[in-house]
Write a protein that binds this ligand. Sequence first.
Ligand code: RFL
Ligand code: PHB
Length: 396
Amino acid sequence: MAKQLSTRVAIVGSGPAGLLLGQLLFRAGIDNLILERRPLSRVLARIRAGVLEESTVRVLEEAGVAERLHREGLVHDGIEISVCGERRRIDFATLTGKHVVIYGQTEVTKDLVAAREAAGLPILDEARDVLPVDLESDRPKVLFRRHGEEFELACEIVAGCDGFHGVCRSRIPAERLKTFERVYPFGWLGILAHARPVSDELVYAYSERGFALFSMRSPTVSRLYVQCDPNDPVEAWPDSRVYEELAARVGSDLAARLERAPSVEKSVTQMRSFVAEPMRFGRLVLAGDAAHIVPPTGAKGLNLAAADVAVLARALIAFLREGDARLLDRYSDVALARVWKAERFSWWMTSLLHKFPEGDPFRDRLQRAELEYLFQSEAMQKVLAENYTGLPLALS
Ligand code: RFL
Ligand code: PHB
Protein backbone atom coordinates (compact mmCIF):
# COMPACT_ATOMS: atom_id res chain seq x y z
CA MET A 1 0.00 0.00 0.00
CA ALA A 2 1.42 3.37 -1.01
CA LYS A 3 1.70 6.00 1.73
CA GLN A 4 -0.73 8.88 1.15
CA LEU A 5 0.50 12.48 1.13
CA SER A 6 -1.23 15.65 0.03
CA THR A 7 -0.37 19.22 -0.87
CA ARG A 8 -1.85 21.94 -3.09
CA VAL A 9 1.00 22.18 -5.61
CA ALA A 10 3.32 19.23 -6.24
CA ILE A 11 6.54 20.62 -7.67
CA VAL A 12 8.78 18.16 -9.53
CA GLY A 13 12.43 19.29 -9.54
CA SER A 14 14.46 21.45 -7.17
CA GLY A 15 16.41 23.46 -9.72
CA PRO A 16 15.96 27.23 -9.74
CA ALA A 17 12.49 26.98 -11.35
CA GLY A 18 11.05 24.58 -8.77
CA LEU A 19 12.67 26.23 -5.75
CA LEU A 20 11.63 29.73 -6.81
CA LEU A 21 8.06 28.66 -7.50
CA GLY A 22 7.91 26.94 -4.12
CA GLN A 23 9.12 30.09 -2.38
CA LEU A 24 6.69 32.46 -4.16
CA LEU A 25 3.77 30.12 -3.39
CA PHE A 26 4.87 29.76 0.23
CA ARG A 27 4.92 33.55 0.62
CA ALA A 28 1.38 33.64 -0.74
CA GLY A 29 0.33 31.03 1.84
CA ILE A 30 -0.03 28.17 -0.64
CA ASP A 31 1.15 24.79 0.54
CA ASN A 32 3.57 23.00 -1.79
CA LEU A 33 5.94 20.07 -1.78
CA ILE A 34 9.07 19.56 -3.89
CA LEU A 35 10.16 16.16 -5.21
CA GLU A 36 13.77 15.92 -6.41
CA ARG A 37 15.47 12.94 -8.00
CA ARG A 38 19.04 13.73 -6.90
CA PRO A 39 20.45 14.06 -3.39
CA LEU A 40 20.13 17.71 -2.35
CA SER A 41 23.92 17.89 -1.85
CA ARG A 42 24.32 17.22 -5.62
CA VAL A 43 21.77 19.88 -6.52
CA LEU A 44 23.66 22.41 -4.39
CA ALA A 45 26.99 21.59 -6.00
CA ARG A 46 25.98 22.10 -9.65
CA ILE A 47 27.82 24.87 -11.50
CA ARG A 48 25.76 26.41 -14.27
CA ALA A 49 24.66 29.90 -15.29
CA GLY A 50 26.04 33.16 -13.94
CA VAL A 51 24.27 36.20 -15.41
CA LEU A 52 21.05 37.60 -13.92
CA GLU A 53 18.81 40.11 -15.67
CA GLU A 54 17.36 42.96 -13.61
CA SER A 55 13.90 41.38 -13.89
CA THR A 56 15.28 38.11 -12.45
CA VAL A 57 16.75 40.05 -9.54
CA ARG A 58 13.29 41.60 -8.95
CA VAL A 59 11.64 38.16 -8.86
CA LEU A 60 14.28 36.97 -6.37
CA GLU A 61 13.57 40.08 -4.27
CA GLU A 62 9.87 39.25 -4.38
CA ALA A 63 10.73 35.75 -3.16
CA GLY A 64 12.70 37.28 -0.27
CA VAL A 65 16.01 35.70 -1.29
CA ALA A 66 17.99 38.63 -2.72
CA GLU A 67 19.85 39.84 0.35
CA ARG A 68 23.15 38.03 -0.30
CA LEU A 69 22.78 38.64 -4.03
CA HIS A 70 22.71 42.40 -3.37
CA ARG A 71 25.75 42.09 -1.13
CA GLU A 72 27.91 39.80 -3.25
CA GLY A 73 26.59 40.08 -6.83
CA LEU A 74 28.71 42.06 -9.30
CA VAL A 75 26.82 44.72 -11.26
CA HIS A 76 28.02 44.81 -14.88
CA ASP A 77 27.19 47.72 -17.19
CA GLY A 78 28.49 46.07 -20.35
CA ILE A 79 30.25 43.17 -22.05
CA GLU A 80 33.12 43.00 -24.48
CA ILE A 81 33.06 41.28 -27.85
CA SER A 82 36.41 40.20 -29.27
CA VAL A 83 36.72 39.35 -32.96
CA CYS A 84 40.04 37.79 -33.95
CA GLY A 85 41.70 39.64 -31.09
CA GLU A 86 40.12 43.07 -31.65
CA ARG A 87 37.70 44.17 -28.90
CA ARG A 88 34.59 46.39 -28.69
CA ARG A 89 32.67 47.19 -25.55
CA ILE A 90 28.87 46.96 -25.67
CA ASP A 91 27.86 49.62 -23.19
CA PHE A 92 24.54 48.52 -21.67
CA ALA A 93 24.24 51.59 -19.46
CA THR A 94 24.40 54.05 -22.37
CA LEU A 95 22.48 51.92 -24.86
CA THR A 96 19.66 50.74 -22.59
CA GLY A 97 20.08 52.29 -19.13
CA LYS A 98 20.15 48.74 -17.76
CA HIS A 99 22.70 46.35 -16.27
CA VAL A 100 23.08 42.67 -15.42
CA VAL A 101 24.27 41.08 -12.17
CA ILE A 102 26.92 38.37 -12.02
CA TYR A 103 25.81 35.89 -9.36
CA GLY A 104 26.11 32.14 -9.89
CA GLN A 105 23.12 29.82 -10.24
CA THR A 106 24.82 27.76 -7.52
CA GLU A 107 24.43 30.70 -5.13
CA VAL A 108 20.81 31.37 -6.21
CA THR A 109 20.05 27.70 -5.50
CA LYS A 110 21.77 27.85 -2.08
CA ASP A 111 19.79 30.96 -1.11
CA LEU A 112 16.50 29.37 -2.18
CA VAL A 113 17.22 26.12 -0.32
CA ALA A 114 18.20 28.08 2.81
CA ALA A 115 14.94 30.08 2.64
CA ARG A 116 12.94 26.88 2.20
CA GLU A 117 14.67 25.23 5.14
CA ALA A 118 14.12 28.34 7.29
CA ALA A 119 10.40 28.15 6.45
CA GLY A 120 10.36 24.47 7.48
CA LEU A 121 9.14 23.37 4.04
CA PRO A 122 10.07 19.96 2.70
CA ILE A 123 12.20 18.98 -0.28
CA LEU A 124 11.87 15.23 -0.71
CA ASP A 125 15.16 14.46 -2.44
CA GLU A 126 16.24 11.09 -3.82
CA ALA A 127 12.64 10.58 -5.02
CA ARG A 128 12.64 7.74 -7.58
CA ASP A 129 10.22 6.76 -10.38
CA VAL A 130 8.33 10.04 -10.09
CA LEU A 131 5.14 9.73 -12.17
CA PRO A 132 2.43 12.42 -12.44
CA VAL A 133 -0.99 10.84 -13.21
CA ASP A 134 -4.65 11.84 -13.68
CA LEU A 135 -3.56 15.16 -15.11
CA GLU A 136 -6.84 15.79 -16.90
CA SER A 137 -8.85 15.35 -13.69
CA ASP A 138 -9.31 17.92 -10.88
CA ARG A 139 -7.34 15.71 -8.49
CA PRO A 140 -4.02 14.82 -10.09
CA LYS A 141 -1.48 12.73 -8.21
CA VAL A 142 2.24 12.14 -8.25
CA LEU A 143 3.41 8.60 -7.58
CA PHE A 144 7.00 8.06 -6.41
CA ARG A 145 9.32 5.85 -4.43
CA ARG A 146 11.71 7.05 -1.76
CA HIS A 147 14.14 5.08 0.38
CA GLY A 148 12.34 1.86 -0.58
CA GLU A 149 8.81 3.11 0.23
CA GLU A 150 6.00 3.89 -2.22
CA PHE A 151 4.11 7.18 -2.02
CA GLU A 152 1.03 8.74 -3.60
CA LEU A 153 0.95 12.53 -3.43
CA ALA A 154 -2.51 14.04 -4.02
CA CYS A 155 -2.56 17.66 -5.21
CA GLU A 156 -4.43 20.26 -7.26
CA ILE A 157 -1.61 21.22 -9.62
CA VAL A 158 1.57 19.47 -10.76
CA ALA A 159 4.38 21.89 -11.65
CA GLY A 160 6.90 20.22 -13.95
CA CYS A 161 10.16 22.01 -13.09
CA ASP A 162 12.26 18.92 -13.76
CA GLY A 163 14.58 20.18 -16.48
CA PHE A 164 15.15 18.99 -20.03
CA HIS A 165 15.59 15.32 -19.07
CA GLY A 166 12.67 15.29 -16.63
CA VAL A 167 9.56 13.11 -16.70
CA CYS A 168 6.78 15.74 -16.72
CA ARG A 169 6.92 16.85 -20.35
CA SER A 170 6.65 13.21 -21.47
CA ARG A 171 3.29 12.94 -19.63
CA ILE A 172 1.71 15.18 -22.28
CA PRO A 173 0.30 12.96 -25.06
CA ALA A 174 2.37 13.27 -28.24
CA GLU A 175 -0.61 14.51 -30.28
CA ARG A 176 -1.10 17.41 -27.83
CA LEU A 177 2.54 18.54 -27.83
CA LYS A 178 4.55 20.26 -30.53
CA THR A 179 8.32 20.42 -30.20
CA PHE A 180 10.95 22.48 -32.00
CA GLU A 181 14.64 21.65 -31.84
CA ARG A 182 18.01 22.67 -33.20
CA VAL A 183 21.16 20.82 -32.16
CA TYR A 184 24.34 22.75 -32.94
CA PRO A 185 27.47 21.00 -34.20
CA PHE A 186 29.53 22.10 -31.18
CA GLY A 187 29.60 22.19 -27.39
CA TRP A 188 31.23 24.23 -24.63
CA LEU A 189 33.99 22.95 -22.42
CA GLY A 190 33.67 24.95 -19.19
CA ILE A 191 36.06 25.26 -16.25
CA LEU A 192 35.90 27.01 -12.90
CA ALA A 193 39.23 28.20 -11.47
CA HIS A 194 40.43 30.27 -8.52
CA ALA A 195 41.99 32.89 -10.74
CA ARG A 196 41.44 36.64 -11.23
CA PRO A 197 39.25 37.35 -14.28
CA VAL A 198 41.19 38.71 -17.28
CA SER A 199 38.86 41.71 -17.51
CA ASP A 200 36.35 43.54 -15.29
CA GLU A 201 33.56 42.47 -17.65
CA LEU A 202 32.63 39.31 -19.56
CA VAL A 203 34.50 38.83 -22.84
CA TYR A 204 32.77 36.89 -25.67
CA ALA A 205 35.38 35.96 -28.28
CA TYR A 206 35.00 34.88 -31.90
CA SER A 207 38.13 33.50 -33.51
CA GLU A 208 39.07 31.23 -36.40
CA ARG A 209 39.84 28.56 -33.77
CA GLY A 210 36.32 28.83 -32.36
CA PHE A 211 34.41 30.67 -29.63
CA ALA A 212 35.68 31.42 -26.12
CA LEU A 213 34.03 33.10 -23.14
CA PHE A 214 35.81 34.73 -20.20
CA SER A 215 33.30 34.95 -17.38
CA MET A 216 33.58 35.07 -13.60
CA ARG A 217 31.89 34.32 -10.33
CA SER A 218 33.75 36.85 -8.17
CA PRO A 219 36.86 39.06 -8.36
CA THR A 220 38.93 35.94 -7.58
CA VAL A 221 37.04 33.18 -9.41
CA SER A 222 36.96 32.77 -13.20
CA ARG A 223 34.44 30.78 -15.24
CA LEU A 224 35.94 30.07 -18.65
CA TYR A 225 34.55 28.32 -21.72
CA VAL A 226 35.89 27.18 -25.10
CA GLN A 227 33.92 25.89 -28.07
CA CYS A 228 34.63 22.17 -28.48
CA ASP A 229 33.34 19.06 -30.20
CA PRO A 230 30.13 18.15 -28.31
CA ASN A 231 31.32 14.53 -28.08
CA ASP A 232 34.68 15.40 -26.52
CA PRO A 233 35.22 13.68 -23.17
CA VAL A 234 36.53 16.10 -20.51
CA GLU A 235 39.72 13.99 -20.43
CA ALA A 236 40.49 15.33 -23.92
CA TRP A 237 40.81 18.76 -22.31
CA PRO A 238 43.58 18.87 -19.71
CA ASP A 239 43.89 22.36 -18.16
CA SER A 240 46.97 23.11 -20.25
CA ARG A 241 44.98 22.63 -23.48
CA VAL A 242 42.03 24.69 -22.19
CA TYR A 243 44.32 27.61 -21.31
CA GLU A 244 46.22 27.39 -24.61
CA GLU A 245 42.94 27.58 -26.53
CA LEU A 246 41.60 30.41 -24.39
CA ALA A 247 44.80 32.40 -24.96
CA ALA A 248 44.79 31.70 -28.71
CA ARG A 249 41.17 32.87 -29.08
CA VAL A 250 41.60 36.43 -27.66
CA GLY A 251 44.08 39.26 -28.20
CA SER A 252 47.58 39.05 -26.76
CA ASP A 253 46.83 41.65 -24.05
CA LEU A 254 44.13 39.50 -22.45
CA ALA A 255 46.04 36.28 -23.12
CA ALA A 256 48.93 37.71 -21.11
CA ARG A 257 46.60 38.31 -18.17
CA LEU A 258 45.24 34.76 -18.07
CA GLU A 259 46.12 33.20 -14.70
CA ARG A 260 46.45 29.50 -15.40
CA ALA A 261 45.14 28.20 -12.06
CA PRO A 262 44.11 24.52 -11.83
CA SER A 263 40.45 23.95 -12.65
CA VAL A 264 38.15 22.92 -9.80
CA GLU A 265 35.29 21.89 -12.11
CA LYS A 266 35.19 20.85 -15.75
CA SER A 267 32.29 19.81 -17.97
CA VAL A 268 31.13 19.64 -21.60
CA THR A 269 27.68 20.92 -22.59
CA GLN A 270 26.02 20.25 -25.95
CA MET A 271 24.56 23.42 -27.50
CA ARG A 272 20.85 23.00 -28.15
CA SER A 273 17.71 25.04 -28.79
CA PHE A 274 14.40 23.39 -27.86
CA VAL A 275 10.81 24.52 -27.25
CA ALA A 276 7.75 22.44 -26.29
CA GLU A 277 4.29 23.90 -26.87
CA PRO A 278 2.00 24.30 -25.00
CA MET A 279 3.46 24.62 -21.50
CA ARG A 280 0.27 23.27 -19.91
CA PHE A 281 -1.74 20.08 -20.13
CA GLY A 282 -4.79 19.90 -17.84
CA ARG A 283 -3.48 20.27 -14.27
CA LEU A 284 0.18 19.95 -15.36
CA VAL A 285 2.19 23.12 -16.01
CA LEU A 286 5.80 23.18 -17.23
CA ALA A 287 8.40 25.84 -16.34
CA GLY A 288 12.08 26.39 -17.13
CA ASP A 289 14.24 23.80 -18.91
CA ALA A 290 11.39 21.24 -18.74
CA ALA A 291 9.74 23.28 -21.51
CA HIS A 292 12.64 24.98 -23.30
CA ILE A 293 16.40 25.00 -23.72
CA VAL A 294 18.63 27.73 -25.13
CA PRO A 295 22.33 27.55 -25.96
CA PRO A 296 24.07 29.50 -23.16
CA THR A 297 25.65 32.14 -25.45
CA GLY A 298 22.89 34.65 -24.62
CA ALA A 299 22.96 33.85 -20.86
CA LYS A 300 19.19 33.31 -20.95
CA GLY A 301 18.49 29.80 -19.52
CA LEU A 302 18.17 30.73 -15.87
CA ASN A 303 16.51 34.06 -16.65
CA LEU A 304 13.83 32.35 -18.71
CA ALA A 305 13.17 29.91 -15.88
CA ALA A 306 12.70 32.83 -13.47
CA ALA A 307 10.41 34.66 -15.93
CA ASP A 308 8.21 31.55 -16.41
CA VAL A 309 7.92 31.17 -12.66
CA ALA A 310 7.03 34.84 -12.11
CA VAL A 311 4.10 34.46 -14.53
CA LEU A 312 3.13 31.01 -13.26
CA ALA A 313 3.15 31.96 -9.56
CA ARG A 314 0.64 34.77 -10.16
CA ALA A 315 -1.55 32.46 -12.20
CA LEU A 316 -1.52 29.72 -9.55
CA ILE A 317 -2.18 32.16 -6.72
CA ALA A 318 -5.29 33.52 -8.51
CA PHE A 319 -6.45 29.99 -9.30
CA LEU A 320 -5.85 28.40 -5.91
CA ARG A 321 -6.94 31.34 -3.77
CA GLU A 322 -9.93 32.63 -5.73
CA GLY A 323 -10.70 29.88 -8.21
CA ASP A 324 -9.94 32.36 -11.00
CA ALA A 325 -8.45 30.37 -13.92
CA ARG A 326 -8.00 33.25 -16.37
CA LEU A 327 -4.26 33.80 -15.77
CA LEU A 328 -3.63 30.07 -15.70
CA ASP A 329 -5.39 29.70 -19.04
CA ARG A 330 -3.08 32.37 -20.48
CA TYR A 331 0.12 31.09 -18.84
CA SER A 332 1.45 29.09 -21.78
CA ASP A 333 0.86 31.88 -24.33
CA VAL A 334 2.35 34.59 -22.12
CA ALA A 335 5.42 32.51 -21.24
CA LEU A 336 6.00 31.32 -24.82
CA ALA A 337 5.92 34.87 -26.21
CA ARG A 338 8.97 35.66 -24.09
CA VAL A 339 10.57 32.23 -24.60
CA TRP A 340 10.60 32.58 -28.39
CA LYS A 341 12.27 36.00 -28.22
CA ALA A 342 14.99 34.57 -25.98
CA GLU A 343 15.29 31.56 -28.30
CA ARG A 344 15.81 33.95 -31.21
CA PHE A 345 18.44 35.98 -29.38
CA SER A 346 20.31 32.90 -28.09
CA TRP A 347 20.32 31.33 -31.56
CA TRP A 348 21.58 34.61 -33.04
CA MET A 349 24.40 35.10 -30.48
CA THR A 350 25.39 31.45 -30.98
CA SER A 351 25.40 31.73 -34.77
CA LEU A 352 27.30 35.03 -34.68
CA LEU A 353 30.10 34.00 -32.33
CA HIS A 354 30.87 30.33 -33.05
CA LYS A 355 32.98 28.82 -35.78
CA PHE A 356 30.78 26.44 -37.76
CA PRO A 357 32.72 23.27 -38.50
CA GLU A 358 31.00 22.26 -41.74
CA GLY A 359 32.96 24.79 -43.77
CA ASP A 360 30.37 26.84 -45.66
CA PRO A 361 32.40 29.76 -47.08
CA PHE A 362 29.33 31.86 -47.90
CA ARG A 363 28.04 31.51 -44.35
CA ASP A 364 31.48 32.37 -42.96
CA ARG A 365 31.66 35.60 -45.01
CA LEU A 366 28.16 36.64 -43.91
CA GLN A 367 29.14 36.00 -40.29
CA ARG A 368 32.28 38.16 -40.62
CA ALA A 369 30.21 40.91 -42.27
CA GLU A 370 27.71 40.77 -39.42
CA LEU A 371 30.48 41.00 -36.80
CA GLU A 372 31.96 44.00 -38.62
CA TYR A 373 28.53 45.59 -38.77
CA LEU A 374 28.07 45.03 -35.03
CA PHE A 375 31.36 46.82 -34.34
CA GLN A 376 30.31 49.80 -36.52
CA SER A 377 26.61 50.17 -35.84
CA GLU A 378 25.27 51.60 -32.60
CA ALA A 379 21.79 50.47 -33.68
CA MET A 380 22.93 46.87 -33.78
CA GLN A 381 24.79 47.18 -30.50
CA LYS A 382 21.56 48.46 -29.00
CA VAL A 383 19.65 45.42 -30.26
CA LEU A 384 22.24 43.17 -28.59
CA ALA A 385 22.21 45.19 -25.35
CA GLU A 386 18.40 45.32 -25.16
CA ASN A 387 18.11 41.54 -25.49
CA TYR A 388 21.10 40.65 -23.31
CA THR A 389 19.93 42.80 -20.39
CA GLY A 390 16.44 41.34 -20.80
CA LEU A 391 13.22 42.24 -22.56
CA PRO A 392 10.39 43.62 -20.40
CA LEU A 393 8.71 40.98 -18.26
CA ALA A 394 5.01 40.86 -19.18
CA LEU A 395 3.22 39.05 -16.38
CA SER A 396 -0.17 38.52 -18.04
P1 RFL B 1 17.26 22.38 -13.76
O1 RFL B 1 18.23 23.30 -13.12
O2 RFL B 1 17.76 21.39 -14.74
O3 RFL B 1 16.51 21.63 -12.58
C1 RFL B 1 15.68 20.51 -12.80
C2 RFL B 1 15.68 19.66 -11.55
O4 RFL B 1 14.77 18.58 -11.71
C3 RFL B 1 15.38 17.38 -11.25
N1 RFL B 1 14.73 16.24 -11.94
C4 RFL B 1 13.83 15.45 -11.36
N2 RFL B 1 13.31 15.42 -10.13
C5 RFL B 1 12.40 14.45 -9.86
N3 RFL B 1 12.03 13.52 -10.76
C6 RFL B 1 12.50 13.50 -12.01
N4 RFL B 1 12.12 12.58 -12.88
C7 RFL B 1 13.46 14.49 -12.36
N5 RFL B 1 14.15 14.78 -13.48
C8 RFL B 1 14.91 15.83 -13.21
C9 RFL B 1 16.84 17.55 -11.59
O5 RFL B 1 17.67 16.71 -10.81
C10 RFL B 1 17.04 19.04 -11.27
O6 RFL B 1 17.40 19.24 -9.93
O7 RFL B 1 16.09 23.19 -14.48
P2 RFL B 1 15.40 24.61 -14.13
O8 RFL B 1 15.04 24.69 -12.69
O9 RFL B 1 14.37 24.81 -15.16
O10 RFL B 1 16.56 25.70 -14.32
C11 RFL B 1 17.06 26.00 -15.58
C12 RFL B 1 18.55 26.29 -15.52
O11 RFL B 1 19.20 25.34 -14.69
C13 RFL B 1 19.15 26.25 -16.90
O12 RFL B 1 18.36 26.98 -17.84
C14 RFL B 1 20.54 26.82 -17.00
O13 RFL B 1 21.41 26.41 -16.01
C15 RFL B 1 21.08 26.41 -18.38
N6 RFL B 1 22.50 26.33 -18.38
C16 RFL B 1 23.18 27.49 -18.48
N7 RFL B 1 22.50 28.64 -18.65
C17 RFL B 1 23.15 29.80 -18.73
O14 RFL B 1 22.50 30.86 -18.87
N8 RFL B 1 24.54 29.81 -18.66
C18 RFL B 1 25.27 28.65 -18.48
O15 RFL B 1 26.48 28.69 -18.37
C19 RFL B 1 24.60 27.43 -18.38
N9 RFL B 1 25.28 26.28 -18.21
C20 RFL B 1 23.17 25.09 -18.25
C21 RFL B 1 24.58 25.09 -18.14
C22 RFL B 1 22.48 23.87 -18.21
C23 RFL B 1 23.15 22.65 -18.09
N10 RFL B 1 22.37 21.43 -18.13
C24 RFL B 1 20.94 21.46 -17.90
C25 RFL B 1 22.82 20.20 -18.61
C26 RFL B 1 25.26 23.88 -17.97
C27 RFL B 1 24.56 22.66 -17.93
C28 RFL B 1 25.37 21.40 -17.71
C1 PHB C 1 28.74 31.89 -16.92
O1 PHB C 1 29.33 32.72 -16.21
O2 PHB C 1 28.64 30.71 -16.61
C2 PHB C 1 28.13 32.34 -18.19
C3 PHB C 1 28.10 33.69 -18.48
C4 PHB C 1 27.54 34.13 -19.67
C5 PHB C 1 27.05 33.20 -20.57
C6 PHB C 1 27.08 31.85 -20.28
C7 PHB C 1 27.64 31.42 -19.08
O3 PHB C 1 26.54 33.64 -21.75
